[in-house]
Design a protein around this ligand. Structure first.
Ligand SMILES: [Zn+2]
Length: 300
C-alpha cells in the first residue's frame, strides 16, 4: 500500500488568490495558461482527476493540502467526494482575523485533518500565543495533525509568477516545534522534507517529543547544504532517531499535467533499501503510518 502524506490541491481558488496578490486582474485560467499548467476547473473535477492519477500509480490515499489560506472549502469538497482516498489539510494564517475560528470550522464542520503552519511565510513565531491557540483548537479534535514547515521555504509557483516571497526563515525552527509538541503530546506534529535543511534540529525535535513525525517529501534538494549527504544517509539517520513509525512518505506533488511524482517515490524506495530499512519498516513509512494517523472517518 502506498499512501502519500504530502500533495497540494492547486484549485481554481488557489490560482485566483495568487492572481489577486499579483494584482493584474488575471483569471485563474489566465494564470494556468501562463504557467502552462492545466486549468483545474471545479474542485470536484480536480478531485476526480487526482483519483484517476492515484489509480494509475497504485496509490491508495493522499493528504491534499489547501495551499493558500481561505481555500479549505475546495479540499473539503474533494474529501467529501472521495473520503476513502483523501485526508484534507489546509494552510492557516495565524495572523489573520478569526484564524482560530476558521481552524475550528475546518476541523469540526469540514472534517479536515491537518492544519498547516508556515511560520516563515506568515511571520508568526512558534512561541506566539496565536499559534498556541490554533494548536489548542487542533488538540480538541483527536485525529487532527499540525504540520509545521521549517527550514528553507521556497514556493515554486510564487517564483514563476514573480510574486514576492519575503520569508523569515528564522521562524521555521524544528526546536520550537518540539516545545509545542511537548506541550500538546496528544497532537501528531509533522515536519515536512526532513526539516528542509534543518535536519539535525528536526531529528533533535523528534528525539525529545514522541509525537513529532517527519515527512520525506520533495526532491529534498536541501541536502546540498551538507556536502556529500545522500538520501540513503538521510533515511538511515532519520530511522535511527524516529524509528520506522514516525516517518511519512510524501512526494510534494501539486499541478497537472505533471501529476503524481512517481520519480520521487522511486528514488525514495531505492534510498530506503540502500539504507538497510527492512521491507516491513518500509511498508510503515510508505503507507501504514499515514493510515494509522489519518484513517478514514465516518463524516466530518
Ligand atoms: Zn509542499
Amino acid at each position: 500500500m502506498i499512501n502519500d502524506a504530502h500533495c497540494h490541491f492547486f484549485s481554481t481558488q488557489f490560482f485566483a488568490t495568487l492572481s489577486k496578490q499579483r494584482g493584474r486582474g488575471d483569471s485563474a485560467a489566465d494564470l494556468c495558461r501562463e504557467l502552462q499548467w492545466d486549468d483545474p476547473g471545479a474542485p470536484e473535477a480536480l478531485a476526480d482527476r487526482w483519483v484517476s492519477e492515484l489509480d494509475t500509480h497504485g496509490v491508495t490515499r493522499t493528504a491534499l493540502i489547501a495551499s493558500v489560506p481561505g481555500d479549505e472549502a475546495s479540499v473539503a469538497s474533494a474529501v467529501a467526494r472521495h473520503p476513502a482516498r483523501f485526508a484534507g489539510f489546509f494552510m492557516a494564517d495565524p495572523s489573520a482575523d478569526g484564524a482560530v475560528e476558521r481552524v475550528t470550522h475546518a476541523i469540526t464542520n469540514l472534517g479536515l485533518r491537518g492544519v498547516c503552519l508556515f511560520p516563515a511565510m506568515h511571520h508568526v513565531g512558534l512561541g506566539d500565543a496565536r499559534i498556541e491557540r490554533i494548536v489548542e483548537a487542533a488538540s480538541s479534535s483527536p485525529g487532527t495533525a499540525v504540520f509545521v514547515h521549517c527550514g528553507l521555504l521556497s514556493v515554486g509557483v510564487r517564483k514563476k509568477l514573480g510574486l514576492p516571497s519575503r520569508f523569515d526563515l528564522r521562524l521555521g525552527d524544528p526546536l520550537a516545534v518540539s516545545r509545542l509538541a511537548l506541550a500538546f503530546p496528544s497532537v501528531p506534529f509533522i515536519v515536512p522534507h526532513f526539516g528542509a535543511g534543518l535536519f539535525r534540529e528536526a531529528l533533535m525535535a523528534a528525539d525529545v517529543a514522541a509525537n513529532v513525525h517527519l515527512d520525506t517529501s520533495s526532491s529534498n534538494s536541501w541536502m546540498r547544504y551538507t556536502p556529500g549527504l545522500t538520501l540513503a544517509q538521510v533515511f538511515r539517520s532519520a530511522v535511527s532517531v524516529t524509528g520506522p513509525s514516525r516517518l511519512l512518505f510524501g512526494t510534494d506533488s501539486s499541478f497537472f499535467p505533471r501529476g503524481w511524482q512517481r520519480g520521487i517515490y522511486d528514488a525514495q524506495k531505492v534510498a530506503a533499501t540502500e539504507a538497510g530499512i527492512s521491507d516491513t519498516d518500509q511498508e510503515r513509512i510508505f503507507g501504514d503510518n499515514f493510515e494509522r494517523l489519518f484513517a478514514e472517518r465516518a463524516g466530518p
